[in-house]
Every structure is written in C-alpha cells, then in structure tokens.
Design a protein around this ligand. Sequence first.
Ligand code: UD1
Ligand code: UDP
Length: 363
Amino acid sequence: MAPRPIAVVLGTRPELIKLAGLVRHLGPRALLVHTGQHYSPEMAGDFQDELQLPEPAVQLAVGGTGRAVQIGSALIALDGVLADHQPAAVVVQGDTNAALSGALAANAREVPLVHVEAGLRSDDRRMPEEHNRVVVDHLADLACAATAQNRTRLLEEGIPDARIAVTGNPVVGAVQRLLPDPEARIELLRRHGVARESFVLSTIHRPENTDDPDQLAAVLHDLAALELPVVFPIHPRTQARAEAFGLERELDKLRVIGPLGYRDFLGLAAEAALLVSDSGGVQEEVSVLKRPLLVVRRSTERPEAIGTFAQLLQPGPALLAAAVRVLDDPAAEHARLESIPSPFGDETADAQIVAGIDALLAG
Ligand code: UD1
Ligand code: UDP
C-alpha cells in the first residue's frame, strides 16, 4: 500500500519559494495544495515552473477576497481535501492566510500539523500576519523554528520543547541553489539597464505602507529622492493602491517593472548597492547575499538581521540619512557584511524538517 501523503498547503509567492526544496525532499510523498491566495501568473504559476514544483494536486481559487473570506473558503475546501486524501501530516509555512487555513483544517481533522518558520513575533497586533503566526504555532505538533531566538519565544509562550525543532530557514538553501552565476548576472544587469552596485532594488507591499495614501506617498517620495536609480518590481497590491490614490506620477520617478521571477530578483539583489523593502523574506535573503537593507516598517518579526544586514526605519529623514550613508561607499559596506554569517541557518533546513516530520510520524 502506498504511504499516506504529506499535504503541503500554500498560497503565496514566498511560500512557493520557501517550500519548493521541502517538496523536492519529500518526493512522491508530497501532496501539493495551492489555495490560490496569489493567482496572477507572475505571483503564482510562473514560480511553480521556475522552482520546478509539480502542478498542485489541488488548486483552489480563494484569491482577491478579504481575509475572512480567504481563510473561511480555503478552510471549507481543505476540509474536503484532507478527507479525500487522508494525509499523514499537513505542512504549512509562515504567517499567511493560506498557512492559517491549512493549520485550522489539519486541526479540525486531527491530522498532525508541521509549521515551518515558527516562533517569529513582531508583537505588532495591527499586522494580520502576527495573529496568523501565533495561532498556527499554538496548533502545530511540530514547530520548525529557524533560529534559537524563535525557539525561546515559543518556550516563553508555553509551547513544550518536545514540539519544537530548530531547523534553520529553507530560504538559505533556496538562495544558494537559485542565485544566478556572475555571468548570468552581467546579462541581467544589461537587460535592466543598470550597472553593478549603482542602483537600488526596492519592494513594498505591506498594508502599513500601501493602504494609507500619505504613507505610500512618503515611501515613494523617499525612493525617488535617492541618488541612484531605483528598480521597483511592483507587487499587485501596491500597484492597485497607488492607482487608487492617484500616485502614478510618484511611480513614474522609479523604474517600475512587474514582479520578477525568483532568480532574476536574487540576481539583481546580489548586484544592488542597497535594498529598501518591507518584505519578510528579503530580510533573510540579504543575510545570505551579504547586501545592506533598509526595512521600511514599524516593527519586524526578524530582529536577527537588524544591526548587521538591516536597519528598521520609517520614511523621512532617518531613511534618507541611512541610505546616504550606504550609498556614499557601497563597496565598503558590502565588504563589511561579507564575513558576517547568516543568522537563519544553512542549506540543511529542508533535510532537518523532513527528519523532524519522520520522527513525528514515527512517534
Ligand atoms: C500576502 C500575505 C503577506 C505576504 C504577501 C507576500 C496575508 C495576510 N498576507 O499579502 O503576509 O507578505 O502575501 O507577497 O496572508 N493581488 C493580485 N494578484 C495576486 C495576488 C494579489 O492582483 O496574485 C492583489 C489583489 O488585489 C489582492 C491584493 O493584491 O486583493 C492583496 O493580496 P493578498 O494575498 O490578500 O495579500 P498580500 O498583500 O499579497
Ligand atoms: N521576490 C521575487 N520577485 C519580486 C519580489 C520578491 O521573487 O519581484 C521574492 C523575494 O526574493 C522573496 C519573496 O519574493 O523571497 C518575498 O515575497 P514578499 O516580499 O511578497 O513576501 P514576504 O516575504 O514579505 O512575506
């Protein structure tokens, strides 16, 4: 009899990136379930191809709706998926609505739940992700913490040590596997019309920056004020909000392009003088690429990179002054970061997570 599958439930770009290696490690045991939270080709299907993920065994379509509808409709559909496929475990990653739906569905069907990237906390209750990650961590039967700090936080919240494994974050291996080689990066720079260490790469998509017109205007204004060209692969949420707020003229001052494939994004990040972003994953990736990052947010659930690779800032004088300091001598800044190890583990995370799943199922 074939072994029961391991359902891997995901729905957004970062989940595809961070779970692709694990799906490969699981091989035929993996049952890929995509909730459709992200659905535009450049946020979903294109990544599946690039990351060589199999077609999802189940493809839902909950995207473009509000948070409650996304979570509720995915939960109802996932309940049927778990009943049909009888998985031995459900794996979710991070703090998205898709991850919460997968966790609740597993809990309702009493299927063991594995949470990859457990123990992150911003302590900012205004972020939907903070609520998602707290709930998922407390439902998980195996909490895969990326760092010792993440493990400590889970213990402080009363989660027993037996339910926690410190595995590192799979993104470290993803960057190492998918970063284009130097020759391909030269071609990439040529294609984007920028020179090595002579441009800024920026991504902005968090509600705290996109959903308030004044805040979004302030962020775009600061980016436009930087002394180097700013390549801005725009998230669909940001595009929609900028248009709704009449900020197209601010966008025109940046080099706005559509969302990039993962290899191209990594290649540009590795060659940029500076990154400016509110992304979670980018805070981890710069620690592997050894590039400086300004994190435009109120708070971060990834303090491990702050003070070395990253600075946490708001738009305005602080952001502009920090950018000037880096852009004054980007090569010196890059040399400073070169010898600092990533706090997010190494390329063994996927294998450690699979070992944790096997131990959970054997126990
Ligand atoms: C979601 C996650 C966030 C993660 C981000 C990764 C939650 C609560 N938020 O935020 O943690 O950092 O994904 O990028 O789960 N849209 C499209 N096409 C798409 C996807 C989105 O047009 O493929 C537009 C739609 O207008 C949609 C809006 O973006 O309503 C927001 O999408 P949603 O998935 O709800 O949240 P994100 O901001 O992408
Ligand atoms: N990314 C990408 N193309 C882009 C922008 C980002 O491949 O145009 C990658 C980035 O390298 C990171 C992930 O997408 O791995 C982060 O996604 P996002 O910032 O949307 O989500 P978060 O990490 O904040 O949840």
